[in-house]
Design a protein around this ligand. Structure first.
Ligand SMILES: [Zn+2]
Length: 74
């Protein structure tokens, strides 16, 4: 079951780019899954943190490092 989270970069809270919502589902996204290889990027073998907006479903992708995730409930 996906975690319901808020996100921050530095001291800036993450809001959905599409709808402005601040509640997300978090899941790890593999960047080397089939279909991604044509991007041929240096970080293609890493995984990213995916934040999926609970309101509209827009997916925000972050390479791990600066993203901080806070559990929103539970
Ligand atoms: Zn949204």
């Amino acid at each position: 079951m996906a975690k319901i989270v808020h996100g921050e970069i530095g001291d800036k809270k993450i809001h959905c780019l599409m709808c402005g919502g601040d509640v997300f589902r978090e899941r790890e996204v593999k960047l080397n899954s089939s279909g991604m290889e044509f991007f041929n990027l240096a970080w293609a073998n890493e995984s990213a943190n995916g934040l999926i907006c609970c309101s509209c479903g827009y997916v925000h992708l972050f390479v791990p490092g600066r993203l901080k995730i806070y559990r929103a409930q539970g």
